[in-house]
Every structure is written in structure tokens, then in C-alpha cells.
Write a protein that binds this ligand. Structure first.
Ligand code: NAD
Length: 274
């Protein structure tokens, strides 16, 4: 039984992870921002802590005794630069520093496909290997910075750090693009458990994606840390295809990489052009 600390504990991914990690026998520390209540905390296996991502001391206290910190807290969409800088970049630095101060040796950092959104889907390093960062938004820049911080903390402090470029997390594939990019709840839990138990050392950038028949990215970097996803979006293909046109994007970032997508505005915000 391990103790796993989660930031962003009331968010979508953490909410899906909690029952799965508890079922695997682990205890959880659930961190989210002051004033954000984490719902349905199980007192036998879970403890909730209110701490801002930028508060090193509060998080170091929360992480004490943890075997792994799973850093999910963030603005999970495009935002104005000062907000991205404060929460996603300064916040990630603070989480890494708090983990170090608390003596936690393992970190799983939630990166995003948008760290590499301008990479063409048919680039050779997408199919085989891992492309360099090519962010498509300020949000994507923050995820590239998160990966850089992961490399720094792994290199300097001998921590095992996995930065997962999560593609599209959902209960089910939400549309045709997700048939390539879906990450299921069970596979996200497999990624956490792989990070908890891997013998690999150093920093690893992996794709957060299920074993989708139509995936365009390489599973090998994940397999190298023991992340062996099992779910396939193809099982939901007829539902997903019914929800929209099936033209796959030319760039990994899809709509975020579109010239009509306004930098600094949340997805669904004002767009220029048609
Ligand atoms: N959901 C996806 O498809 C997806 C894809 C790629 C990457 N990611 C990344 O995975 C992580 C989790 O995603 P999610 O969908 O669960 O996000 P979410 O938006 O549902 O949850 C984010 C959580 O972070 C918390 N948070 C925000 N600012 C904070 C602060 N200052 N201090 C403390 N907590 C703060 C929020 O309260 C929230 O609970 C995020 O880092 C996101 O960028 C998600």
C-alpha cells in the first residue's frame, strides 16, 4: 500500500482516478485550492488538504510521507499569460520543490499534447519516439515548461519524474478526433501505477493515450516505464463518428494550433476569422 498525493484533486482526472487508486489499495492525499471542496472524501483512505499550487510550504507539509505526487492542478485550458505563468508555471515549480522538500522520490506531471501542438501528426518522431516541444498556445508553453522542470528535478535531485503528454482524457471518446487521442480512466490509473513502481530513473516524457487502433503516437516511451495501456477507442467508434465530421487534424494540437484560435483566450472564447 502506497501513499499518493494528488494536486487538482477535485478536477476531472483526479475524480476518475480516486476510486481506481483506492481499489488498488492505496491511500490518497487530495490537494486543491483553498475554498475548492474535494467531494466525497473517504476518511478511511483519503485526506483532503486546501493548498494553493504556489504555496511550497503548505504542499511540502501535505506531501510528507508520500511515495508519489501526481501533479494535475492547473488551468487546464488557454488563459491570459499572467494566469498561465502564475498557476501553471510557478505552480508547477512550487509542486516540484515541495515534493523535494518532503523527500518524495517520484513525480507524475500532467503535460499535454499541446506542448507539441505544432508538430505534424505524420512527423517521423510522432510515430517513433517523442517530438521536441512545439507549443501551440500559452497553455502549451506552460506544459513545455512543466516538462523542463521535470527534467531539472530529475537531473538535479535524482527524482524519478514522468511527464505525461495527455491527449484527450474522457469517460468515452467524445468525437472522431478522440478515436486517435482518447485516454481512458483505467489507462490513466495504469499510468499512475506505472510511475509508482517503475525501476526507470530520471525524466521520461510519455504519451497519455490509450491503446487506440487509430492512435498516431508511439507507445514505446510509455512502455519503457511500464505503462502498458489496454483500452481502445475503436470499441466506441460508431458512437464517436456519429458526433461529428471525421477529418483528422494535420497538427497534433488540432483546433488549438489553428490560426483562428486566439492566443490567451479560453477554448470556446472569441475567435477571429470564420
Ligand atoms: N482532461 C484532459 O483531456 C487533459 C488533456 C491534457 C492535459 N491535461 C492536464 O491534466 C491535468 C488535469 O486535468 P483535468 O481535466 O482534471 O483538469 P481540471 O480543470 O478538471 O482540474 C484542474 C484542477 O486544478 C485546480 N487548481 C487550479 N488552480 C489551482 C491553484 N491555484 N491551486 C490549487 N489548485 C488549483 C482546480 O481547482 C481543479 O480542481 C491538468 O494539468 C491538465 O492541463 C488534461
Amino acid at each position: 500500500m502506497a501513499l499518493i498525493a494528488l494536486t487538482g484533486a477535485s478536477g476531472r482526472i483526479a475524480t476518475a482516478l480516486r476510486p481506481r487508486l483506492r481499489a488498488a489499495g492505496h491511500r490518497l492525499v487530495l490537494c486543491d485550492a483553498p475554498g475548492v471542496a474535494v467531494p466525497d472524501v473517504d476518511p478511511a483512505t483519503e485526506r483532503a488538504v486546501e493548498s494553493d499550487l504556489r504555496d511550497v510550504d503548505a504542499q511540502a507539509e501535505a506531501f510528507a510521507g508520500a511515495d508519489l505526487v501526481v501533479h494535475l492542478g492547473a488551468f487546464s485550458d488557454e488563459r491570459p499569460w499572467p494566469e498561465i505563468l502564475a498557476v501553471n508555471i510557478d505552480g508547477t515549480r512550487a509542486v516540484c520543490e515541495a515534493a523535494r522538500l518532503a523527500g518524495v522520490g517520484r513525480l507524475l506531471l500532467a503535460s499535454s499534447v499541446h506542448a507539441a501542438g505544432y508538430v505534424p501528426v505524420d512527423a517521423p518522431l510522432v510515430r517513433d519516439g517523442m517530438p521536441l516541444p512545439a507549443p501551440d498556445t500559452y497553455y502549451g508553453v506552460s506544459k513545455a515548461a512543466l516538462e523542463a522542470l521535470g527534467g531539472l528535478y530529475a537531473g538535479r535531485f535524482a527524482m524519478t519524474v514522468v511527464s505525461a503528454r495527455i491527449m484527450t482524457f474522457d469517460d468515452r471518446p467524445g468525437g472522431p478526433r478522440s478515436l486517435q487521442s482518447w485516454l481512458s480512466g483505467d489507462d490513466m490509473a495504469r499510468l499512475v501505477l506505472a510511475t509508482l513502481t517503475t525501476r526507470a530513473t530520471g525524466h521520461h516524457v510519455v504519451w497519455g493515450v490509450s491503446r487506440n487502433t487509430r492512435r498516431v503516437v508511439d507507445l514505446a516511451p510509455g512502455l519503457a516505464i511500464g505503462f502498458d495501456p489496454q483500452d481502445d477507442a475503436e470499441a466506441h467508434a460508431s458512437d464517436a463518428e456519429r458526433r461529428g465530421p471525421s477529418r483528422p487534424p494535420g497538427l497534433l494540437g488540432g483546433g488549438f494550433a489553428d490560426a483562428a484560435y486566439v492566443l490567451g483566450e479560453p477554448h470556446g472564447g472569441t475567435r477571429t476569422g470564420s
